[in-house]
Design a protein around this ligand. Structure first.
Ligand SMILES: [Zn+2]
Length: 418
């Protein structure tokens, strides 16, 4: 414990040793380094003891009292650090809590949103997992989110199959906004394909993380929309599907799913399109997105210094851009967009299989509805796609950095191996 003091400061030690024989400068540096290291270790031990004493419940022991009295500055610093930790924990809890504005507030804010929309020339909407939770697809950071449950040692599940999901009111409202050109482009982080299934034209949509119903030729880039999810065997850096390109020039080139897991590179063409749309935009609306993923791709949404660009965020949870947004609505996407359409005197279109390209494909391939099972098997060339390939993005690190991901497919592979 008192090792460093018996050795004395480096200068003294040098002087003592110097009496016998002068150490080389290299040796002196080494000794100095060793002493500094010992001192640092000692300080660390002291801090740990102080922190433990401060955190101990009930009355302090006489020994602890003496320790704190002997090191008042260190004790003060530790007290402040503990307080900061408590505040951070509280803040994190507040930030993950889902908070809903009052009816009156939402009504008022939607009027404001409608005015912003009318005044804007080029509106780009960014959608995240919060948009699809009403379709029973889990989000990542919500109370039942994939990561929230993972933190507690649980696992998010999808109560229904992807093929059985239907666009929500928010998806349908966005379709109406795109069709009436109130919204020029939608950039989605969702892979559930619900924007396409609402009848939104593919030209108005960029699916940053891919679409589970979409596969692509590795050679010619042709994209194939399927009436079943193509991510059955998909996992981090493994995207090959069992099907081949139909183009003669490709001579049976392999198809890949279009999913981009966290940690994988986004498709350049998608990023470029999102960037070009963002450059034109004077209003950006974020729906059901924590913006945490988008923080890594600022160039596809950020506010340029020299240009007026309004920001609106619709999300139940805190986002890092709440403070700088022109308008933050703590509301459910369905409710907010429903009211917005009414304010703009637009009708909320009903979901129709006629407008759903995936349902239409299912019909062509002989399925009664968009379904797994026999019809999907026939369409996939005899290979039955397994159900529930929720491309679960697993967060491996404790921080919020998007990390390597693992699909449900991996879990199945492990099960098969057993
Ligand atoms: Zn091809």
């Amino acid at each position: 414990m008192d090792q460093p003091t018996t050795l004395g400061p480096a200068s003294e030690l040098g002087a003592e040793v110097g009496a016998a024989h002068a150490p080389s400068s290299r040796e002196a540096r080494k000794q100095e380094f060793m002493l500094a290291r010992l001192a640092a270790q000692e300080e660390q031990r002291l801090r740990q003891t102080i922190r433990a004493a401060l955190k101990s419940k009930g009355l302090l022991s006489a020994e602890d009292e003496a320790l704190l009295a002997a090191h008042p500055a260190a004790a003060d610093e530790e007290r402040q650090a503990i307080e900061r930790g408590r505040e951070k924990k509280l803040r994190d809890e507040e930030r993950t809590a889902e908070v809903e504005d009052s009816e009156a507030d939402i009504r008022e804010k939607v009027v404001e949103l409608a005015a912003l929309l009318k005044a804007a020339k080029h509106v780009v909407v960014y959608t995240g997992a919060g948009l699809s939770t009403a379709a029973q697809i889990p989000d990542y950071r919500g109370p039942q989110g994939v990561w929230t449950l993972q933190k507690r040692g649980g696992q998010a599940s999808m109560p229904i199959e992807y093929e059985e999901t239907r666009p929500t009111a928010a998806h349908m409202a966005l379709r109406a906004l795109v069709r009436t050109k109130r919204v020029r482009h939608v950039v989605s982080q969702n892979v559930d394909g619900l924007h396409r299934r609402s009848g939104m034209p593919a030209t108005s949509l960029t699916e940053l993380h891919g679409n589970i119903f979409l596969e692509q030729c590795v050679r010619c880039g042709k994209r194939y929309l399927r009436p079943f999810h193509v991510t059955d065997a998909s996992s981090y850096h493994h995207h090959q599907t069992p099907r081949k390109c139909a183009a003669a020039k490709c001579a049976g080139a392999q198809l890949r799913d279009t999913i981009v897991y966290f940690g994988e590179k986004l498709h350049d063409a998608d990023l470029e399109r999102a960037r070009a749309e963002s450059a034109k935009a004077d209003l950006a609306i974020f729906l059901g997105s924590s913006l945490k993923v988008l923080q890594h791709y600022k160039f596809i949404w950020e506010r340029p210094r020299d240009k007026q660009k309004r920001f609106v965020i619709v999300n139940l949870q805190w986002t890092p851009k709440d403070r700088t947004a022109d308008l933050k609505i703590n509301g459910r996407c369905d409710a907010v967009l429903g009211r917005l359409l009414a304010a703009l005197k637009l009708k909320l279109p009903a979901y129709s299989e006629h407008h759903d390209p995936i349902a239409a494909l299912a019909k062509i391939t002989g399925a009664k509805a968009v379904a797994r099972g026999a019809a999907a098997t026939a369409a996939s060339g005899g290979r039955a796609p397994k159900s529930r390939a929720f491309p679960t993005v697993v967060r491996r690190s404790a921080d919020e950095r998007p990390m390597a991901a693992e699909a449900a497919g991996n879990t199945r592979k492990r099960q098969r191996r057993r």
